[in-house]
Write a protein that binds this ligand. Structure first.
Ligand code: UD1
Length: 374
């Protein structure tokens, strides 16, 4: 039967920035494969627009090109969020979807959920309930507000339910489904690209892009100083986000990376990054997603932040929070180089089936609300 014929309203899936793509890819696949769900519509807000942060990842994740690109681009938080909202509203008027699915915690996540909620359209937030309890992080504000306006809160770890309950959110809106980012990792792991042969033996991998580490000259100089110290223990391969690259240049800190023991690469594709992380002695990062990916891969991770919204990676996985504590980082890297470091175990429901669980639940939920879905 023509599925579109009994479709009362589409499911609109939203992506904006790099960490969204690996979360939405398995969802798009699961929605398409589900017999009771209409084909999903993919909207890219254009928050990230660089080819290296975009096209390559879409291809590698087998994510179809977005049906609509809002072309928003960079700006202050207010400008970027407002621009996404302004441009997303007419999309909802045109498609009249039954549900908008948002993932993660970027500005596009909050902007689109707010527009949908005010139009009375159901919002499903995937990766709900994570909290760093640090409101200096723009992502924390995005998380709290997105969860407040979402109808369905799909969670990746059980601590999320405690966080949500504390904010007065009813239990029946929360659904523990596992981790869609790990769905992508498990699906693509076998296709990971082996690291270039010319990289030094036993290397560690670095990514840094959080405002707290790279937006102030003193913090960025500190971070680079730590990398130099670590590189004397294990050689480092550093994949630089455009934001970090731009700040190094504008603060005149290029000298901070000038050591033979530190190889600087542009932002990497998904399969390249999987290959690098899998082969790494240690990962040093301030990324949210890489804390989870290293836990799934069993690779030691030192997170250069004071807090994490993903505590399970510390409690059960391979992650340790180290901030910019140079002495501690050096000591831990020495230990990891000598002993292999923390082993960890795989958290509950990080099993590659989270997107299928979401599709199954969403189909039932929509059927109960929208007779035409039944
Ligand atoms: C965004 C997310 C962050 C996520 C990160 C992953 C928010 C608040 N932040 O941070 O949670 O971890 O993506 O990459 O949504 N830029 C480019 N090319 C691009 C996009 C950005 O050069 O395609 C540069 C611009 O100088 C821009 C800066 O990066 O001003 C910041 O971009 P923005 O999208 O605001 O935040 P990210 O730092 O990328």
């Amino acid at each position: 039967m023509d599925r579109a014929a009994h479709t009362p309203g589409a499911i609109v899936c939203v992506v904006g920035a790099r960490p969204n793509y690996m979360k939405i890819a398995p969802l798009m696949r699961a929605f398409r494969a589900h017999e009771r769900l209409p084909a999903p519509v993919l909207v890219h807000t254009g928050q990230h627009y660089d080819a290296m942060l975009n096209e390559r990842l879409f291809e590698e994740l087998e994510l179809p090109p977005a049906d609509i690109n809002l072309g928003v681009g960079s700006g202050t938080h207010a400008v970027q969020t407002a621009e996404v909202m302004r441009r997303f509203e007419p999309v909802l008027d045109e498609y009249r979807p039954a549900c908008v699915v948002v993932v993660g915690d970027v500005n596009s996540t909050l902007a689109c959920s707010l527009v949908a909620a005010k139009k009375g359209i159901a919002v499903a937030h995937v990766e709900a309930g994570l909290r760093s309890y640090d409101r200096t992080m723009p992502e924390e504000i995005n998380r709290v507000l997105t969860d407040q306006v979402s109808d369905l809160l799909y969670t990746s770890e059980r601590t999320a339910h405690l966080n949500l309950a504390r904010e007065g959110i009813a239990k029946k809106r929360m659904h523990f489904v596992g981790n869609v980012m790990i769905d992508s990792l498990l699906q693509h792991r076998r296709r990971a690209v082996a690291p270039p042969r010319n990289l030094p033996e036993g290397f560690g991998v670095v990514t840094l892009h959080r405002p707290s580490n790279v937006d102030r000259p003193d913090a960025l100089a500190d971070s680079l100083d730590i990398l130099r110290a670590v590189s004397e223990i294990v050689p480092l391969v550093c994949a630089l986000h455009p934001r970090t690259q731009a700040n190094i240049a504008s603060f005149g800190l290029e000298g901070g990376l000038a050591t033979e023991r530190l190889v600087v690469l542009p932002p990497q594709g998904y399969l390249e990054m999987l290959g690098l992380m899998s082969a790494a002695t240690v990962v040093l990062t301030d990324s949210g997603g890489m804390q989870e990916e290293t836990t799934a891969l069993g690779v030691p991770c030192l997170t250069m932040r004071e807090n994490t919204e993903r505590p399970i990676t510390v409690e059960q996985g391979t992650n340790l929070l180290v901030g910019r504590d140079r002495a501690r980082i050096v000591r831990l890297v020495e230990e990891i180089a000598a002993t292999g470091g923390k082993r960890g175990r795989i958290p509950e429901l990080w099993d590659g089936k989270a997107a299928e669980r979401i599709a199954q639940h969403l189909a039932g939920w929509l059927a109960a609300r929208t007779p035409a879905y039944a």
